[in-house]
Write a protein that binds this ligand. Structure first.
Ligand SMILES: C[S@@+](CC[C@H](N)C(=O)[O-])C[C@H]1O[C@@H](n2cnc3c(N)ncnc32)[C@H](O)[C@@H]1O
Length: 279
């Protein structure tokens, strides 16, 4: 950045010599320092400012896409180590995620909050992969425990969701809003099942393309395999919403009885990573 700015600023205004082109020095000191020239200067620095800010946007967009890819292609514990090594990555990720999803017609987080509003205010809720804990502010329940890899907002408990610091049967609902990112995401769902009371809920929103498969029949494709894995761990599908263009919503209820030994027969399918395109 300095290299580009320096030549213009060093060029002196020579009296009596008409400059071939307007320099910053000439515009500042000479008779051209009229309101019109000042306007030109403002436009020039405005233009340079906007080029620089576009370059910065590109760089941070690139860093966000790289980070996002890491989170989708490594395990929870590797993601936790990566964030602990360089904690500023976490805030960069949150800012990039907000920018990428700003144009979505609907935010899944608002749907999670709307769903929680229909349930008891006395519920204890776990928001797993909470980002900056916005759900705790939107939900009517006072007891919302927010978990993410690093704590970048008040109230967030830093952890890897595959090892949740929650006692067995201690929450009424667990929410995963676009957060089943790691390659071992299934372990995180199992943790949620452990932490939810029998008859409690696991609410999931995931990017629709993660379930995209050759087989258009959702019972046979990746979504079907994912639901079968949930069922084998004692969750019963109560509601699914596949109408949204960007994400699917699944509301699963924990059965009163555990599912026995079915889990081995229904392994968690590898879901497609959600890689954002260059904008
Ligand atoms: C796409 S963001 C969504 C944030 C928030 N739920 C929302 O909807 O705005 C997913 C979040 O899950 C977190 N996450 C991913 N893997 C995790 C893990 N293994 N343990 C804890 N948090 C994780 C990420 O750090 C990120 O903040």
């Amino acid at each position: 950045r300095k290299g580009k700015e320096a030549p213009e600023q060093r060029r002196p205004a020579v009296p009596g010599v008409k400059p071939k082109f307007k320099t910053v020095a000439n515009q500042r000191s000479g008779p051209q320092s009229t309101p019109a020239a000042k306007g030109g200067l403002a436009r020039l620095s405005g233009k340079r400012g906007s080029i620089l800010s576009r370059l910065e946007d590109r760089l941070s967009g690139g860093r966000f896409r790289w980070l996002n890819e890491q989170l989708y292609t490594t395990s929870g514990s590797s993601a936790l180590s990566m964030m602990n090594r360089d904690p500023k990555l976490m805030s960069e990720y949150h800012a990039g995620f907000a920018a990428q999803t700003a144009s979505w017609p609907q935010r899944p987080l608002d749907l999670a909050a709307a769903w929680l509003r229909k349930h008891s205010r006395a519920w204890t809720v776990a928001d797993i992969g909470c980002g900056e804990a916005e759900l705790a502010r939107l939900a009517p329940q006072k007891n919302v425990h927010s978990f993410d890899l690093l704590a970048t907002a008040p109230g967030v408990v830093a952890c890897d969701m595959t090892a949740l610091p929650l006692a067995d049967a201690s929450v009424d609902a667990a929410v995963f809003c676009l957060s089943l990112m790691g390659t071992d995401y299934g372990r995180a769902v199992e943790e949620a099942v452990r932490a939810v009371v029998p008859g409690g809920y696991v609410w999931i929103a995931e990017v629709a393309s993660r379930f995209a498969s050759e087989d258009k029949d959702s019972r046979k494709g990746l979504l079907g395999a994912f639901l079968a894995a949930c069922t084998a761990r004692g969750l019963v599908l109560e509601h699914q919403d596949l109408t949204n263009t960007h994400f699917v919503v699944l509301v699963l209820k924990k059965a009163q009885q555990n599912a026995g030994g079915k889990a081995k027969r229904s392994p968690w399918p590898s879901l497609r990573p959600c890689l954002y395109r260059k904008r």
